[in-house]
Write a protein that binds this ligand. Structure first.
Ligand SMILES: Cc1ncc(COP(=O)(O)O)c(C=O)c1O
Length: 356
């Protein structure tokens, strides 16, 4: 029996870095992973208590994904046949790339783009062309259009992680309508943004819009992702590609309950947007950082050579933010998630004190 084929495969896989998860710090204010602490933990404790009464974990979650898709359909106001679900949008990305793309598929995306997406392309050896952010931390539609003929898949996170950038609606519409291949628009942060492109899925049979309950719904730990697309794509995905039971019973029930309270989450998103504006204004006032506008639940700012020192000093004070290094044309970029008012104030005070 020959075994060198898989030994070689494992050796090649071992050379990849894989998705680098954030470091774990105990008893720290966690503003590094774009989670949603603006919702109090007691809200989720109630949600899980209500869920407990409705679940029988001895059973496979038969009909569960369909039930969740029906609730999502009410939330996004799209037919349920146009909604597919997954174990986080990460899993949906993985299944789409693993089943629809190959080494011959050419992907067009931005630089930077969502890190997990990038790592998955590396895993499947799918070649990518990346359009960099310019000096204003913007993308130019023209640059994408110039490369679009040579690409089979366009992936854009809208808003973008880690910059917070979102194209003007007209610009994005122009870009996706002129693209002939598969278009994947990742709207993980859309509830904090100016618009959604979801309606375009009714007209475009080559468009997949990815969504998640990890961000505005604060359910990152339950791993609930979904997407909206043409019925044919959803049918092939849900019936053939997706696992029979991708989501566990607790996630399905809790997600369904959360979606019934969507008005509450809209109010939380409004709060996050206000706090985001406060963080941007206060960081700008310090006059030492280049601070970028954001349409997501985080703020990117460039601290140049001081970034390592700031990041470390904040950790010493129990505040964790994300260190990114160079982004676009800026060195020493840091990304801070919008948290509760108190968390945000602690971050702002700590950073101001560091500068004095
Ligand atoms: C752009 C983008 N897409 C998708 C995800 C992952 O979402 P999920 O928790 O549903 O896997 C993230 C998480 O940070 C993200 O930034």
């Amino acid at each position: 029996m020959r075994k060198d084929w898989f030994e070689k495969k494992i050796e090649n896989l071992s050379k990849l870095s894989g998705y680098k998860k954030p470091d774990k710090y105990s008893n720290a204010i966690k503003l590094d992973s774009n989670e949603n602490y603006a919702i109090d933990i007691s809200f989720f404790q109630d949600l899980i208590n209500q869920t407990k009464e409705k679940t029988d974990v001895r059973e496979y979650p038969l009909g569960g994904t369909e039930k969740l898709a029906a609730s999502l359909s009410d939330y996004v106001k799209m037919p349920k046949e146009m909604i597919g679900v997954g174990n986080g949008s990460d899993q949906i990305i993985d299944l789409i790339l693993g089943n629809l793309a190959s080494k011959e598929t050419r992907i067009l995306t931005s630089e930077p783009t969502f890190g997990f997406f990038e790592e998955r392309c590396k895993l499947y050896a799918i070649p990518t062309t990346k359009i960099p952010f310019n000096g204003e931390m913007n993308l130019r539609v023209e640059d994408f259009l110039a490369s679009s003929k040579k690409a089979d898949v366009l992936y854009l996170d809208s808003p973008n992680n880690p910059t917070g950038f979102q194209f003007q609606r007209k610009q994005l519409e122009k870009l996706i309508q002129s693209f002939n291949g598969l278009v994947i628009i990742d709207e993980a942060y859309v509830e904090f943004a100016d618009y959604t492109i979801i309606d375009a899925t009714k007209k475009m049979s080559n468009l997949i819009v990815l969504r998640t309950l990890s961000k505005s719904f604060g359910l990152a730990g339950l791993r609930i992702g979904y997407f909206v697309a043409n019925k044919k794509i959803v049918d092939a995905f849900s019936r053939v590609i997706q696992y029979p039971y991708p989501l566990n019973t607790v996630a399905i029930e809790a997600g369904t309950l959360a979606l019934k309270k969507s008005k509450y989450f809209t109010d939380v998103a409004d709060f996050v947007k206000k706090e985001r504006a406060r963080i941007i204004a206060k960081l700008q006032e310090m006059k030492v950082f280049k601070v970028f506008d954001s349409k997501a639940n985080f703020v990117l700012f460039a601290a140049g050579g001081a970034s390592q020192r700031i990041h470390k000093a904040l950790i010493e004070q129990g505040i964790v933010i994300k260190r990114l290094g160079r982004v676009g044309t800026y060195d020493g970029c840091l990304r801070v998630t919008v948290g509760t008012q108190e968390m945000n104030s602690r971050f702002l005070t700590a950073i101001r004190d560091l500068l004095n």
